[in-house]
Design a protein around this ligand. Structure first.
Ligand SMILES: C[S@@+](CC[C@H](N)C(=O)[O-])C[C@H]1O[C@@H](n2cnc3c(N)ncnc32)[C@H](O)[C@@H]1O
Length: 306
């Protein structure tokens, strides 16, 4: 029963949630084929992905999820339960808008505060699968002065860097909406906009545009989507094909002793060691899978040094 699965997971997570004061977490992973749903909690909101399946109707799954959650959390208000149908994605379309309510809630993660939009996009503004990556990064980045955050989305890695004492961050994303959202997140965390800048650009054009500027960084985060299209790009970005170019271009921007944290969510991803201009590459994926995710293949994370 779905209710039993959620209760078991709650029993398992409660001590950890309490100890770490976690406000945003995965309550149910889509591990049981009988219930193709994922339930994430953001404060007192429940954000549910119902996966399209030949065997179930999304209506049935929604009803069953509502009944299970209502029985476990009797005070649950239907306004606080958001359902989204997750379809097979084509060409990075998960970043498209679903609606425009513009309502946001704030969740805390350690000292960081994030604006979450539960309705307007398929994703919410904070990737929960990277909670532990942010925690690992927060330790590694201490002592760095300048950090570059590529494919920055709503700026989570830059906020993490800020709370680790990093003086300057540069966040690059090609979406106007996500750049504006990152700036709002920086305001919320009282980050100085002259020290923590957001650049709206395609990462590949950004590499070209800063060539004359001689900018260098102590730490670079590269967390791209699996595929993406841009009107100005002649061909779509493909993580498997294009990651060496991304990593090598970033290696050129590192100060001596600097580090790249490279991550992606492509399940079949294979790092092309031969094409990368570094022999100091370490996979740290196992250190970055959060306690609330049972899926060990959710992402891959590497540390790369020049
Ligand atoms: C997986 S999300 C990044 C998540 C982010 N690192 C985080 O942890 O919150 C991918 C982001 O890449 C951006 N993006 C996709 N293709 C891009 C490109 N060629 N140049 C710049 N940004 C791009 C999208 O707008 C989206 O915000």
């Amino acid at each position: 029963m779905l209710e039993e699965a959620i209760n078991n997971q709650l029993k398992h997570l409660r001590p950890w949630l309490k100890e770490k004061k976690i406000e945003a977490y995965r309550l149910l992973d889509r591990t049981d084929p009988k219930y193709p749903v994922t339930i994430d909690v953001y404060g007192d909101y429940f954000h549910v992905y119902v996966y399209e399946s030949k065997h179930f109707s999304s209506g049935e799954l929604k009803k069953e999820t509502w009944n299970a959650l209502k029985s476990i959390f009797p005070k649950l208000n239907s306004d606080h339960l958001i359902f989204k149908i997750r379809k097979q994605q084509k060409d990075g379309s998960q970043y498209e808008k679903l609606q425009e309510k513009k309502e946001r809630v704030i969740v805390k993660e350690g000292k960081s505060r994030y604006l979450i939009n539960l309705t307007d996009y398929l994703d919410t503004g904070l990737f929960l699968d990277h909670r532990k990556t942010r925690e690992v990064f927060s330790k590694l980045v201490r002592g760095s002065r300048r950090v570059l955050n590529l494919f920055s989305y709503t700026g989570a890695f830059s906020i993490t860097a800020f709370y680790s004492g990093v003086e300057y961050t540069t966040s690059v994303d090609m979406s106007n909406q996500y750049c504006a959202w990152a700036k709002d997140n920086f305001d919320l965390n009282n980050m100085d906009p002259f020290k923590h800048i957001v650049i709206r650009d395609n990462v590949f054009f950004f590499f070209e545009n800063i060539k004359s500027k001689n900018w260098k960084f102590d730490f670079i985060v590269i967390d791209p989507p699996t595929v993406s299209r841009s009107k100005k790009m002649l061909r779509k970005f493909d993580i498997q094909r294009d990651h060496p170019l991304l990593i090598n271009s970033s290696l050129d921007l590192l100060n001596p002793g600097g580090t790249i944290l490279f991550s992606n969510n492509f399940r079949k991803f294979k790092l092309n060691h031969q094409a990368i201009a570094s022999s100091d590459i370490k996979e740290i994926t196992s250190e970055t899978i959060p306690e609330d995710f049972s899926d060990q293949g959710i992402h891959k994370v590497y540390l790369i040094k020049p």
